[in-house]
Unconditional design. Structure first.
Length: 433
């Protein structure tokens, strides 16, 4: 394909790439951009379809980031039909807007209601009922665009999440912990999924039949979007969130990425839906969740277990009650653990978590790191326990025992799972929301 592009290309301009917006200016056709001798980009109607850095091997978003700040990039335009066998793109509209007013898998698409790092979310309707339809993005964070067949890992992640939520939605309640006996799940319902292809070789095929999950359309917004929640509101919302995770744990599922962005709050009385499980039913190995909520011991052990979710819930409760992002007893050991596994020393840990750990606390990261560097895990855990007691002085008395057992790094002292934690949460709140 490259030789065909070069033979038909005509020089257009030499530009400086100060941001991705400089590439988006080329909106009227197909362009081939060369950045020195290090990178090549393919741009269609202001949209970067592909990028490859020959020096570093970087692709996709990582490659695009590597060329920002480059001077004298060489831009050539070529006839779009040169690549029609490789990439087919509608000339007027690109995803996700291209689906508005069309039918996908028997659902009429009404609007685009969201987009995240890996997926678009559409509002769709069938037989008078509205649904949310989650569509895997055509551009992969793992590298090449989906339309060029480079998104296999993203497809696996997408399928894993769909299967997990479908299993939780359809599994019989049976008997077990309080959450199951009361017949409540607090999990976003999934009604089905469509993954018609393992690989997409052009965008036209993707637009016609994209990977999709049909879900409940839950009214509300994520917990991360709420400000000024009072104590009772925090405790009711977090009790319901713990109930959702308790149901998952009872069914043998670990969420793996609990955070405010993955809790849809439908009202302040505690009606919630848990979304986006990262660990799910197919994953057996550790995967890093979102940094502020990651268990330092899980990083060191490289192991996923229900206690991982319990720690994340504890961080969320503390942050909401204290109205702060920084949790010293969680984030200082986290920075030290990242430094240890990176093999680059305490400075690396501080660099990775500098946005979490304020400058005046950074010296404590070295103390915790030194314990790990010497293999003194007992001192690492004891120091965190002392720091945790200091943190607990700042929260209401009745919540302290819960946060102590949720945030402590000593596994023997932490809640075994969210089922245990839920019972104590209900004791404080008085009832399950």
């Amino acid at each position: 394909m490259l030789s065909r592009i070069l033979l038909s290309a005509n020089y257009v301009a030499t530009i400086d790439i100060n941001s991705e917006d400089d590439l988006k200016k080329f909106r009227d056709g197909c362009y081939y951009v060369t950045v020195g001798g290090k990178a090549r980009l393919l741009v269609f109607n202001g949209r970067v379809l592909g990028c490859y850095n020959q020096e570093t091997g970087a692709k996709g978003e990582e490659c695009i980031a590597s060329v920002i700040g480059s001077k004298k990039a060489y831009v050539q335009q070529f006839p779009c039909d040169v690549i029609k066998d490789y990439v087919s793109i509608p000339l007027a509209t690109n995803p996700p807007e291209v689906w508005i007013g069309t039918s996908l898998y028997g659902f009429r698409v009404l609007d685009v209601i969201g987009r995240g790092g890996l997926a678009y979310v559409l509002k769709a309707e069938r037989s008078g009922t509205e649904y949310a339809m989650k569509i895997l993005m055509d551009k992969s964070p793992y590298g090449r665009p989906l339309a060029l067949g480079g998104m296999h890992e993203a497809l696996r992640e997408f399928l894993n999440e769909a299967l997990t939520l479908l299993y939780l939605t359809s599994a019989p309640l049976g008997s077990g912990p309080d959450i199951v006996l009361m017949g409540k799940r607090y999990i976003l319902n999934v009604y089905g999924f469509f993954i018609p292809r393992a690989t997409y070789f052009n965008l036209a095929d993707y637009i016609e039949a994209p990977p999709a999950v049909v879900m409940e359309l839950a009214p509300g917004k994520t917990l991360a979007e709420f400000d000024g929640l009072g104590y009772e509101e925090v405790m009711r919302i977090m009790t319901a969130s713990t109930a959702g995770i308790a149901y998952m744990h009872f069914k043998g599922i670990i969420h793996g990425d609990m955070k405010p962005q993955n809790v849809i709050v439908m009202n302040r009385r505690g009606s919630v839906k848990i979304i986006d499980p990262a660990a799910g039913i197919m994953r057996k190995v550790f995967r890093m969740g979102t940094l502020p909520y990651v268990d330092p011991v899980a990083i060191l052990d490289q192991k996923i277990e229900p206690r991982y979710d319990v720690f994340s819930l504890g961080v969320m409760i503390y942050q909401l009650l204290r109205k702060t992002r920084f949790v010293p007893s969680a984030h200082i050991p986290l920075a030290a653990a990242l430094a240890k596994i990176s093999g680059a020393g305490a400075a690396k840990g501080r660099a990775l978590t500098g946005h979490l750990v304020p400058a005046e606390y950074q010296r404590h990261v070295r103390t915790f790191y030194n314990y790990l560097a010497r293999g003194n895990m007992a001192s690492f855990i004891k120091a965190q326990e002392d720091l945790l007691e200091y943190d607990l002085e700042k929260v209401p008395d009745e919540v302290r025992p819960i946060l102590r057992r949720a945030l402590i790094l000593d596994k023997k002292k932490r809640y075994r799972d969210a089922v245990e934690m839920l019972r104590d949460m209900i004791d404080v709140v008085g009832e399950l929301p």
